[in-house]
Design a protein around this ligand. Structure first.
Ligand code: AMP
Length: 280
């Protein structure tokens, strides 16, 4: 496994792979790797000859009230995990090499970015779309592996790839969960044991709504009420939004289409924001 931190070095390695006709699958991460990332790496390995993982805590997707300094960083452990799962290249560029002091060019997706809680976090999607575009330019992968867990950012990147004609196939890893149903996430490590118990309500709500739809319920009101009912049984979960959307547009649906409509739940639990979703 190679660890590369210089952009020029990464670019020449990518050219080498291209000239040797080796296909490349790319997994973007912010590090602190967990089972969700591991399954993305495994998926990437099945899709291409070479797997590249980037580890980069992108300062441009944190807002003034987000605590970037608290974002965990465990590069040594991350590198061990990447090695164990046979990643070919780990790309760890430095912040100041990605963003020069006079950096002033951004990629802004203008439709999906305004859905759900987008308007209150415009910097987040702008920062994410911009940094992914930069990584696609540097790495030039054949396959881009994203996660269903972050359905909003994943949908935006798919749109950026389509609109800007990036020659890359985007594939999406289904949500990987802990034994108790909580979606694996870097932020889970901030939950204390009591919060961890409360957090189970999220998956309980998602599952219960999926069961309702399996029994023939297609009314969004009925399903949203059920999800809200279960989430609010916990006094500690504070709802940001509970929405039923069409996954391609992220627009609210007027009727639930089984196996297509997605129920998204976003809550605060203490100081931790938790996002989860399920295809009904
Ligand atoms: P992050 O390191 O949090 O920026 O996430 C990197 C990638 O991993 C994103 O595409 C996420 O959607 C994906 N991811 C994070 N958690 C999970 C999970 N539990 N299951 C599947 N993919 C995930």
């Amino acid at each position: 496994m190679q660890t590369v931190s210089h952009i020029k070095e990464m670019e020449s390695l990518s050219s080498e792979f291209y000239l040797n006709k080796q296909t490349v699958a790319y997994v973007p991460t912010m590090g602190s790797l967990h089972e969700g990332h591991v399954r993305q790496i495994e998926l990437a390995k099945r899709k291409a000859g070479k797997v590249i993982v980037s580890i980069f805590i992108n300062p441009r997707q944190f807002g003034p009230n987000d605590e970037i300094i608290k974002y965990p960083s465990n590069l040594d452990i991350d590198l061990e995990i990447c090695k164990k799962f046979e990643v070919d290249v780990v790309f760890t560029p430095k912040v100041n090499s990605m963003f020069s002091p006079d950096f002033s060019t951004y990629v802004v997706e203008e439709k999906l970015s305004n859905r759900l809680s987008g308007p209150t976090r415009a910097y987040f999607f702008k920062g994410y779309a911009t940094v992914i575009t930069m990584f696609l330019n540097i790495i030039r992968p054949d396959v881009l592996v994203l996660g269903q867990k972050d359905i909003h950012q994943t949908s935006i990147v798919k749109k950026v790839v389509k609109d800007l004609h990036f020659p890359v196939q985007t594939i999406v890893q289904p949500i990987v969960r802990e034994a108790d149903g909580l979606a694996c996430a870097t932020s889970n490590r901030f939950l204390d044991s009591q919060e961890r118990i409360e957090a189970k309500k999220i998956y309980e709500a998602l599952q219960r709504c999926k069961d309702l739809v399996a029994k023939g319920v297609t009314s969004p009101d009925r399903v949203l009420a059920e999800a809200t009912h279960i989430i609010t049984q916990s006094l500690k979960l504070r709802v940001v939004y509970i929405s039923l959307v069409d996954p391609s547009t992220l627009e609210p649906v007027s009727v639930i289409v089984p196996k297509k409509t997605v129920l998204i739940i976003s809550v605060w639990l203490g100081n931790t924001r938790l996002n989860d979703n399920i295809t009904l």
